[in-house]
Design a protein. Structure first.
Length: 377
């Protein structure tokens, strides 16, 4: 949403600033868009068009308090232009100040019943205490190569995540896995996994506690896991987030501790995530590094990643996964894609190849393919 009306001058710098800002917003470069408009405002102070456009940039950037201030300035400069007043009201709604924003939106609808953004703002306030979340289900299969007794395995997963009220987040996942041995005379095993999470999450910060319980018939047996994660999102010319996950895992023969900080930067449709992970397990320190690149194009999201470095029985509680094999993982590569069918439904498929080494030095490989669907509500 934006406004290029009420331009007081035909100076090329003025239009260049607006054009630069519009192009930057289309690629998610909100800081660059804001800088261009703020520089133009030093030449054309108290200009309605520039002030209003900067307000919408700040709004899309998620800086709603700053957007509200600029919309109020634009409203004063224009003697109460409808778009400026709409921006004030929508900013108040985003700031969770519905008691102030809704009356303004109702006034705008009384003036012009065609303003759909005003209706949407009122609906969001009416449903802000409703439960929102997502439900997802998936199936997967793994093929083992070079392992002395494992052949193939299959899995099924069902997960639910809820957010209520507003910033309280709860989640649970159940996964079933069955494995077949190479030798038909050797029994396979089944494994059950339950994951839970609870904590606080909003647009800027996410702090969650995690727990998992696994019971299994394989050589490792069951295990218990607990951990925490913290994500801090930031803006700027290259927005992104900083994420840290810590976990402690108890097996019947050892304890394993893992700490994994990561950094994600976003540049338009691209994002890059870099992670380092350290483990203390069986009186040893292990380290690994990983990276992934993600591209969003239309309804599709594509990702490609890799990890290098040894890990042993590592718990990835945020991703609701525990790699509790008796082998160490040495390196891996992965790829995946997600298709958004509509605003509430998406499909995903992913592949990962993991290189493994047993305690006696035997190398093997794991190939895993997963697919599923996510429904948001």
């Amino acid at each position: 949403m934006g406004c290029f009306a009420n331009v007081a001058t035909a100076d090329s710098d003025y239009y260049q600033a607006l054009s630069t800002a519009q192009s930057a917003v289309q690629t998610g470069q909100y800081a660059a868009a804001a800088d261009a408009l703020e520089q133009a405002l030093t030449q054309y102070p108290r200009d309605y068009g520039l002030t209003l456009e900067l307000a919408w940039v700040e709004f899309q950037w998620g800086r709603f308090a700053r957007a509200e201030q600029l919309f109020r300035e634009a409203a004063a400069l224009s003697d109460g232009a409808l778009e400026a007043r709409l921006g004030v009201a929508l900013s108040l709604v985003q700031e969770q100040r519905c008691e102030q924003g809704v009356p303004l939106l109702q006034q705008l609808l009384a003036q012009d019943a065609r303003i759909e953004a005003a209706r949407s703002g009122i609906r969001s306030c009416e449903t802000r205490d409703d439960v929102h979340g997502s439900l997802w289900a998936g199936i997967g299969g793994s093929l083992y190569r070079g392992d002395p007794w494992k052949d193939v395995s299959g899995s099924a997963m069902l997960g639910l995540r809820l957010r209520w009220p507003q910033s309280l987040q709860l989640g649970a996942v159940y996964r079933f896995l069955g494995l077949r041995a190479l030798d038909p005379r050797v029994a396979g095993f089944v494994q059950h996994e339950i994951y839970g999470q609870a904590g606080f999450a909003d647009e800027r910060i996410e702090a969650l506690a995690h727990a998992a319980l696994i019971w299994s018939g394989d050589i490792v047996g069951g295990s218990r896991h607990a951990g925490a994660s913290l994500r801090l999102r930031y803006g700027g010319s290259l927005p992104g987030d900083v994420f840290v996950e810590a976990s402690a895992s108890y097996y019947r023969d050892l304890w394993a501790f893992r700490l994994a900080p990561s950094w994600t930067i976003i540049a338009g449709p691209w994002s890059l995530t870099l992670e380092v992970a350290g483990q203390h397990v069986d009186r040893q320190w292990l380290g690994a590094g990983s990276g992934s690149v993600t591209l969003t194009s239309g309804k599709f999201t594509f990702s490609l990643g890799g990890k290098l470095g040894a890990e042993y029985r590592a718990a990835y509680l945020y991703q609701t996964a525990v790699f509790n094999a008796a082998d160490r993982s040495l390196w891996s590569v992965s790829a995946g894609t997600q298709l958004r069918i509509d605003a509430t439904w998406s499909l995903f498929v992913s592949y990962i190849h993991v290189r493994l080494r047993s305690g006696d030095g035997l190398s093997s490989a794991l190939h895993n393919l997963s697919l599923g669907s996510v429904l948001s509500f």
